[in-house]
Structure formats: C-alpha cells, structure tokens
Design a protein around this ligand. Structure first.
Ligand code: 2PG
Ligand code: MG
Length: 424
C-alpha cells in the first residue's frame, strides 16, 4: 500500500479572479493529484471559516496563510499515512484544527488536503474517482451509495449577489426532468440557453453573464425572468412540466433586513407571510418544482410557514439554512423545516463530514443536492461526488463558461463509460 510522501499547496485563482487554494498530494508510488477549493458570494453565516489574509494584497482576499498552514502544519501530519483511509486523514486534520468552524487552520486549507488525498487514492487504486467515493461512503456509513447520473439544475438567469442587475432572486434554473440520458439533458439545456440568448438580444437586453454563467439582464421583475425562460423553452420545442421544470434559488438572506424582505428590483417590501404567499403564487402559476433559501437563514417562523404551505408540492432546499452541517440539519429535521439540503464541500470543510451530512439527509428523507459555488475552478470533483454518493441532483451553473461546463463534461464522460449508471 502506497503512502503519502509529499503535500504542497499554492495560491491559484477562481472563476472571479479571486485567490483560492490548490493542493497537490504525492504518493510514494509516483502518483499525484491536485484539488482546488471553490468560494461563495452569498454565504451562510454558519459556514466553516474560509481563511483569507486580510492584508493589502488582492483586496484582503489572498490565501497565503491558508497555503502556509498546509505546507508548514498539515503536510507533516499526513505524510506517511495511507491515502485510502479518508476517515483517518480527515480526523487528523479536523482534530489538529480543534475548532468547531475550522477557524484555526481554515476550512479552505483542510478541504484542499482532504480532497487532493481522495483524488490521489483513486489514482493509486486505478479506479474512477466516483467509485472511490462510493467506497468511502460505504466505509463511513455502512450503507451502499447506489451510484446515479444526477439531474442538473442549470442556472440560466442570474440576479442577486451574482450580478449587478436589478433582479432580486439569485438564480433562475431549468431542470430537464423529462430527459432520458445525460446527453439529452445537455442538448435540451444548451438549446434553451441559446434560445434565451436570442430572445434577450432581440429585446435589446444585455446578454452579458453573471458569476455562474447565466444571463444577467435588467428586467422589470422576477416574473419577467420566468416568462423569458418559458419562451426560450417553448422556442426549443420542449414541453413545460413534462420535459422541463423550473427551480429558483431566492438566497433570501441577501434581501432580508431582520424583519422584512425588501425586493429592490420591483420595490416591494414583504413580511415573511407575504413572501411565502408570493412564492406560492409563482409556484401555482409556473412549473416551479424547487425553491432554495426561500426565507432568511434565521427566519425560523418564515421557514415553518413556507414548509407548511408549500412543502407537499415543492422541493424546499436549505442552503444558507443548513450549511452542509449535520448538527444544523438534524435540528431542521426535528423542526420540520424544508425538505431538501444543498451540499457544498467548503461549507463544512472536509469530505468525511460532507458524506455524513448526505447520509443523514437520505435517512431523514431530505433530498440532498450537490452544489458548486459561485466562485469555482476547473476542478470537477463535484461531478464524481454526486455520481459516487448516489446523489440524484446537482447544481453546477449554466451550460456555459468552462468553470461550470467542466463539471457537465465530466458527467458526459462518466455516462459514456459506465452504462450501468443511469439518470436519476
Ligand atoms: C448558492 C451558491 C451556488 P454562492 O447560493 O446556492 O449557486 O452561491 O456560492 O455564492 O453561495
Ligand atoms: Mg443557494
């Protein structure tokens, strides 16, 4: 069995041109692997800490302290260890940090080592990364993961913190629910995306894109965004509901002032109950099957109301609400709020903890959804993660821009090479 022989991190850049950490793990059999950590813009307040330098360089966003923590502190802890024993590696890293939010060493530093180790172990065993993830899932939970091709939610129109337009809802997504294969998923989504571009252009709207590759025009309202998307679906000769459904990520914490939700774009100030009614009316009028962060992360009563009014007809996803944290998810399940959880590796900061949260979600009948961050890299690890852990949905942005497309291209390869792994 090969051992870890070297661990080295450097500072690289994400899709927004912001510094992030990249880590390379070498094994004594000559194999090596690199992983990169993504970064969010609309972050939940209880996420694990992303260590930033806070000095003059890069507007305070450098990650040289996190890099140094890997090179000077974490590397010596894992050198000589078995890269295949992910539980042991993560345990060493987490215990060395010793804090509940990884603020001593930085969640970005810990995650970089955790992920690069998993990649190196899959290369060492000459198995695809998703297979290695299935094995780790079994080791951690005792359950089989049942690999699947995940159904994506493509974010084709961006608002909120991911653009500088006047749309308050952060993400307008399409779900090609009627597609039979991942190849068909891609064809439908790309055609809708290109048709949306034509429609925007012919209406003299901007076709510039936001952080996740979706278009970011100024529009009169959230509803106008949905109508334009529906027009693009129809122009693609696809059926609403049967072929394509719509998903929203409101990222409502971004427009909550502590007591009201203020949608600047349409000059509306709403109470929690009014926002729930507004979302319900959108879901009744349009084929919206999934709503993420419909309420602020601390608006517990709002979440309860949303869940009781919409929970039996709509997937209600907690992102900022649960921050991929097992403890917080457990409380949410007890309180019966939301019915689904967004999974982001860097919200919690290690592979083992991410898998534990996914397992708890599955056991609690909460649908897990693997997600990218708005600041991404060319790393495609989340594609293998969704497949290997049997997570049926993935959110990786628009079918545009290499930081987003890289994940979908990886899924296309997995589908072609593993005929037994089927969509959903
Ligand atoms: C979200 C994510 C990803 P960010 O809110 O779901 O789409 O955005 O990475 O900015 O938190
Ligand atoms: Mg979100």
């Amino acid at each position: 069995m090969s051992k870890i022989s070297k661990v080295r991190a450097i500072q690289v850049f994400d899709s927004r041109g912001v510094p992030t950490i990249s880590c390379k793990v070498n094994l004594d059999d000559g194999t090596s692997a690199i992983a990169m950590v993504p970064s969010g813009a609309s972050t939940g307040s209880k996420e694990a800490l992303e260590l930033r330098d806070g000095n003059k360089a890069y507007h305070g966003k450098g990650v040289l302290n996190a890099v140094s923590n890997v090179n000077k502190k974490l590397s010596s802890l894992v050198i000589g260890k078995d890269p295949g024993d992910q539980i042991e590696i993560d345990k060493i890293l987490i215990e060395f940090d010793g804090t509940s939010d990884k603020s001593a060493i930085g969640a970005n530093a810990i995650l970089a080592v955790s992920l690069a180790t998993a990649k190196a172990a899959s290369i060492m065993q000459r198995i695809p990364l998703y297979k290695h993830f299935s094995n780790i899932y079994k080791n951690i939970t005792g359950d089989s993961a049942n690999p699947v091709m995940p159904m994506p939610m493509f974010n084709i129109l961006n608002g909120g913190e991911h653009s500088n337009n006047n749309i308050d809802i952060q993400e307008f997504m399409i779900i090609p629910s009627g597609a039979k294969t991942f190849e068909e998923v891609m064809q439908w989504s790309v055609e809708i995306y290109q048709n949306l571009k034509k429609i925007l252009s012919s209406n003299n709207h901007s076709i510039a894109v936001g952080d996740e590759g979706g278009f970011a025009p100024n529009l009169k309202s959230n509803e106008e965004a949905i109508k334009l998307i529906i027009e693009a679906i129809k122009n693609s000769n696809l059926d609403l509901k049967k072929d394509i459904n719509i998903a929203l990520d409101c990222a409502a914490s971004e427009f909550f002032d502590g007591s009201n939700y203020f949608m600047k774009g349409e000059n509306q100030k709403l109470t929690s109950a009014e926002l729930v009614n507004y979302l319900e009316s959108l879901a009744e009028k349009y084929p919206i099957t999934s709503i993420e962060d419909g309420m602020d992360e601390n608006d517990e009563n709002g979440w309860k109301l949303l869940t009781s009014q919409l929970g039996d007809k709509c997937q209600l996803v907690g992102d900022d609400l649960f921050v991929t944290n097992k403890k917080i998810l457990k409380e949410g399940v007890q309180e019966n709020i939301a019915n689904s959880i967004l999974i982001k590796l860097n919200q919690i900061g290690s592979l083992t903890e991410t898998i534990e949260t996914i397992h708890l979600a599955k056991e609690s009948n909460y649908e897990p959804i693997i997600s990218h961050r708005s600041g991404e890299t060319e790393d495609t690890i989340i594609a293998d993660l969704a497949v290997g852990l049997g997570v049926k949905q993935i959110k990786a942005g628009a079918p545009c821009r290499s930081d987003r497309i890289a994940k979908y291209n990886r899924l296309l390869w997995i589908e072609k090479e593993s005929s037994d792994i089927l969509l959903k």
